[in-house]
Design a protein around this ligand. Structure first.
Ligand code: B12
Ligand code: SF4
Ligand code: SF4
Length: 366
């Protein structure tokens, strides 16, 4: 590739855009492709690497073995894609408009599904858009290698976004933006194009607030910025296979897939923006469904209705397991005990055990 002059002036060859031109193009394409913000960073993650190591050493990742695999690759993007010089980090807001978050959460007969999971699976959508963005950049820049990632690759996405200037890592460990809160996904493009980098976001706007730490229903935070995933409802309902530890079941309440409490409680989410993506609109009225409605789904219905949605990831057995726990936490009623008893003979030993717990809970509820 031809060199660009460092002062951003158009180069000796007219056809080579300056860095400033490339950045402007990148921003306008990102906007066109539905991203709300981008930033560029290098490949060194500084203290984040050590923090990740400490977190893993403490075992906070639980059964998410993929977190501990790959050595230092997760904090060294150039090991994931050799030749990488820069990471372009991007944000896409996902909060569907007109969703009544707290109403659903506060009604214990209703099923609470975390906000990011109500619509289409974001992985495919975002990766496709990132790849398109990378291709456009490649065309404009000339020779350039790149790969797009979202969520699933071994990279420390929040640390990268923080280094790229997108926001700070709050005490709830979320990447937060002052003007947009934290209800967004992160994705990135790793490239060998030496784009000028942005300043890392060094301010911290949490101040003395501890709302997220106090509100967490299962006390999953060891302290500010450190989450013991093994206690987090998101982990328990999505990542964990097998039985949910009994001492954490009541804390789960009616949350059957993921949890948003440490974001709902965050004052910066007053500034969160509604998503413009139709794909993030709730499907099958899952933002309004009752626990009993969802518990009645058979496997074929589950597979059919959750096709292309993040909920598919948990599988039917864990889905029933989670709803059984939530029914145990629901107000005492004949309808609930009846539904639990009727389902019992049709399900696995794992789900039966959770149903038995739920029946016991129902009995103990005044
Ligand atoms: C594993 C994982 C989980 C696990 C563990 C979460 C965790 N906090 O680590 C579980 C299943 C619990 C989970 C839950 C959720 N997740 Co998740 N998850 C991931 C994943 C795959 C890796 C995260 C990771 O690297 N953890 C390792 C630990 C060490 O990192 P960390 O907790 O972020 O800790 C950092 C800081 O807190 C910091 N730190 C430690 N001490 C200190 C001190 C100071 C002063 C500072 C500044 C920092 C600091 O050090 C760490 C390294 O930077 C990422 C995708 C990716 N590849 O990055 C998505 C990701 C983080 N998850 C995401 C989402 C949306 C969620 C949920 C909201 C989903 C839901 N509604 O249920 C919840 C939120 C729970 C929470 N508070 O984190 C988004 C976050 C977007 C954002 N705005 O931040 C990501 C980026 C996916 C994506 N591509 O959009 N998740
Ligand atoms: S997602 Fe829920 S359970 Fe997990 S840390 Fe946040 S408030 Fe706690
Ligand atoms: S709730 Fe308060 S402490 Fe927690 S992340 Fe938000 S501002 Fe920071």
């Amino acid at each position: 590739m031809k060199e660009r002059s460092p002062d951003n002036k158009p180069d000796y060859a007219q056809s080579v855009p300056s860095w400033a031109d490339l950045r402007a193009l990148l921003e306008s394409w990102a906007d066109e492709l539905g991203f709300q913000q981008l930033g560029v960073t290098g490949v060194g993650l500084g203290e984040h690497e050590q923090r990740l190591q400490q977190w893993l050493a403490a075992g906070y990742h639980g059964e998410m073995r993929y977190m501990a695999e790959h050595g230092n690759m997760r904090s060294r993007p150039a090991e994931l894609l050799p030749g990488t010089l820069r990471v372009i980090s991007l944000r896409m807001d996902y909060l569907a408009p007109d969703i009544r978050i707290t109403e659903q959460l506060n009604n214990k007969n209703q099923a609470y599904i975390s906000r990011y999971a109500l619509g289409r699976d974001y992985h495919k959508l975002i990766r496709k858009r990132l790849t398109e963005l990378g291709k456009r950049l490649q065309q404009a820049a000339g020779e350039m290698g790149f790969r797009a990632f979202v969520d699933s690759a071994p990279v420390l996405e929040r640390a990268l976004a923080n280094q790229a200037g997108l926001g700070w890592i709050g005490k709830n460990t979320m990447l937060i933006n002052r003007k947009a809160g934290s209800y967004f996904f992160l994705g990135e493009i790793l490239t060998d194009l030496p784009l000028p980098v942005d300043e890392p976001y060094t301010q911290d706007h949490c101040g003395r607030c501890t709302a997220c730490l106090d509100i967490c229903p299962t006390q999953a935070f060891v302290g500010p910025h450190v989450l013991d995933a093994r206690r987090c409802i998101s982990y328990l309902t999505i990542e964990l296979n097998g039985p949910i530890p009994e001492d954490l079941r009541t804390g789960i309440g009616n949350r059957i897939f993921g949890c948003d409490d440490c974001q709902i409680g965050c004052p910066w989410n007053r500034f969160s923006k509604a998503s413009k993506e139709d794909d993030f609109t709730p499907r099958h009225q899952l933002d309004k469904a009752s626990l009993l409605q969802l518990f009645a789904w058979d496997e074929a219905t589950f597979l059919h209705r959750t096709e292309g949605m993040p909920i598919r990831r948990t599988g039917y057995e864990n889905w029933l397991r989670n709803i059984a726990v939530a029914l145990g936490n629901a107000p005492r009623s004949l309808e609930v005990t009846d539904a639990l008893q009727r389902k019992r003979p049709q399900v696995s030993v794992l789900v039966q055990e959770h149903i038995d717990w739920a029946l016991q809970q129902q009995q103990n509820t005044p």
